[in-house]
Design a protein around this ligand. Structure first.
Ligand code: F6P
Length: 542
């Protein structure tokens, strides 16, 4: 069982870090490099084709040692064991968080409730491989006998972000004749815009939903099926080979009308935002080939093994996490920006937003106490060089302190040397400019001054392959875990999302007979409902 966790702000190392940050006197990056010419080697870590250069952070040996001490003094080690042992670390739902098992091998010996998991996970992967192979070979036929060519993946949050990110990040590996589409938002214009691109005779509908109760996903699926049946002049397509469900709730999927033979399942101990490794990844397997999906799993497993075995001082997820704690809890930053200098990773910030903010956007401890210290940051971002032309101004000349993760692939065989050289030159230039500013230029007018001393991490992949992509996702999963463990919070539930869902359902079921918005939960919403009703009648009783 998980060892009782300790509030981090009671640990001696926390006190030390508070003292080191006291008075707001910040280290000067340029001076740190001038004092220690070897700094770029001291604060860098290479793991299996990834380089994390964390030398441009506002830390020195004393601070870094105190951060490592914090990790040692916390129960991180025990909680990491509990994670991999399948203990119910999701304490509010009494569930394990065994997404690592989905990419495990038999020798890893993953168990849940004493039951070995390898058999069932291998069976699901085999099912995925079979479907993927049939679709990719043109042997998965629609109801009119034509081979599938359009795959429409319907899901939201963790049921779409991972597959969509992976299909884009690894698009060089995609099957040339298959087109993959994603429907997530309940915005009907977007749904219809996607449907109108599909060939109904050659469309496979993949419905991904852990609960199979998500309002948006079920409505989007009903609309998609209605569209298909209209186009094909057929009914009952929900039980045809043109529909596959990916879920942890087989009963709900069957109640929706999808036959058991068309349902792939995963377990409750897979969190939605950690489900890309499960059958939710079927679309990835179809688009890229199951072998590539397996390589992605392999990269994530390699990162698991690194996280599990490397000493904290040489542990990439632990280092990333501790740096984030230094900024969040001791330098009082509020956000972290993820800037991939790689257009194929343009969805990485969105994916990491759910991973980080839905996991650690909490203010109650694992034992239910209200927390006084800061926890999960706001995470945001956009690709470079685009971001240089939108919000980098703020990084260079505002008073904000916003730590950045700059992510790039050193080799990009899909690009043109001149373009890749330009992309990487901008990446390096921005990190340098943020660190040095232009303070060394004398007599600059105030509006030209860039103070510099702005921190950044550089995460360089040898290349953006399925393996390295899997490593990066697992790296951030474990970074989030480490921060949640030290902050003594449950990173694996998300009760905060339920309140809004409930109000939306009330608004949708409580139609207004006399338009005065009596179904509204508050005066503001009532006024807004009336405004909308006067113009559209959308919420009026039919
Ligand atoms: O946002 C809440 C949430 O439950 C996420 O955690 C989840 O990824 C998403 O909604 C979709 O849920 P489901 O996979 O059950 O449709």
């Amino acid at each position: 069982m998980t060892k009782t966790t300790t509030p981090p702000d009671t640990l001696p190392a926390w006190r030390t870090l508070e003292a080191l940050a006291a008075g707001g006197k910040r280290l000067d990056l340029l001076s740190l490099f001038q004092k220690d010419p070897d700094r770029h080697r001291r604060f860098a870590l290479s793991v299996d084709g990834l380089l994390l250069d964390y030398s441009k952070n506002l830390i020195d040996e004393t601070i870094f040692s105190a951060l490592l001490e914090l990790a040692e003094q916390s129960t991180l080690g025990h909680q990491r064991d509990a994670l991999f042992n399948g203990d119910p670390i999701n304490c509010s739902e009494q569930r394990a968080a065994l997404h690592t098992a989905l990419r495990g091998e038999r020798e890893d010996g993953y168990r849940c409730g004493g039951q070995p998991l390898n058999e069932q996970i291998s069976a699901t992967l085999a099912e995925m491989a079979t479907i993927s192979g049939l679709v990719r070979e043109g042997k998965w036929l629609g109801v009119t006998g034509k081979a599938v060519r359009d795959i429409v993946h319907i899901g939201i949050g963790g049921s779409v972000l991972g597959p969509q990110l992976a299909c884009q990040a690894l698009r060089p590996y995609r099957h040339p004749d298959l087109r993959v589409h994603f429907i997530a938002n309940v915005d009907g214009e977007d749904v219809l815009n996607t449907l109108n691109q599909l060939d109904p005779e050659r469309t496979l509908v993949i419905v991904a939903s852990k609960t199979f109760t998500t309002q948006e996903t079920l409505l989007n699926t009903r609309t998609t099926l209605h569209w298909l049946e209209q186009k094909l002049q057929r009914s009952g397509l929900v039980s045809s080979r043109q529909v596959i469900a990916l879920t942890a709730n087989r009963k709900n999927a069957e109640a929706f009308g999808i036959p058991s033979s068309q349902i792939l399942t995963f377990d409750e101990w897979v969190g939605g935002r950690y489900s890309v490794w499960s059958c939710v990844g079927l679309t990835i397997s179809i688009s890229l080939g199951h072998e590539r999906f397996t390589e992605m799993l392999g990269g994530a497993r390699a990162m698991d093994r690194h996280f599990r075995s490397a000493p904290f001082a040489e542990n990439m997820p632990v280092i990333l996490a501790l740096l984030g704690i230094w900024y969040r809890n001791f330098l009082d930053t509020t956000s972290v920006a993820i800037i991939p200098y790689c257009q194929r990773l343009s969805l990485l910030p969105s994916y990491l937003q759910q991973l980080d903010m839905e996991s650690n956007g909490k203010s109650v401890s694992q034992s239910g106490e209200t927390i006084a210290y800061q926890t999960g940051p706001v995470l945001w971002g956009q690709t470079g060089t685009n971001a240089q032309h939108t919000f980098f101004q703020l990084f260079h000349q505002s008073n904000h302190l916003i730590p950045l993760d700059l992510v790039a692939a050193v080799n990009e065989p899909e690009s043109i040397d001149e373009h890749h050289r330009t992309l990487l030159a901008n990446l390096l230039a921005q990190a340098s400019a943020l660190m040095t500013g232009n303070r060394n230029q004398p007599d600059l007018p105030a509006h030209l001054i860039c103070p510099g001393n702005k921190p950044s991490n550089l995460l360089l992949l040898d290349a953006l392959t399925p393996y390295h992509f899997g490593q990066v996702l697992a790296l951030y999963e474990h970074k989030v875990f480490v921060q949640g463990a030290i902050w003594n919070i449950n990173s694996y539930d998300q009760w905060g999302v339920e309140l809004g869902k409930g109000i939306a359902s009330d608004l949708l079921s409580g139609h207004d007979s006399d338009q005065d918005g009596e179904s509204a939960p508050d005066p503001s919403t009532r006024q807004l409902l009336n405004h909308i009703n006067r113009r559209t009648g959308l919420f009026k009783t039919p």
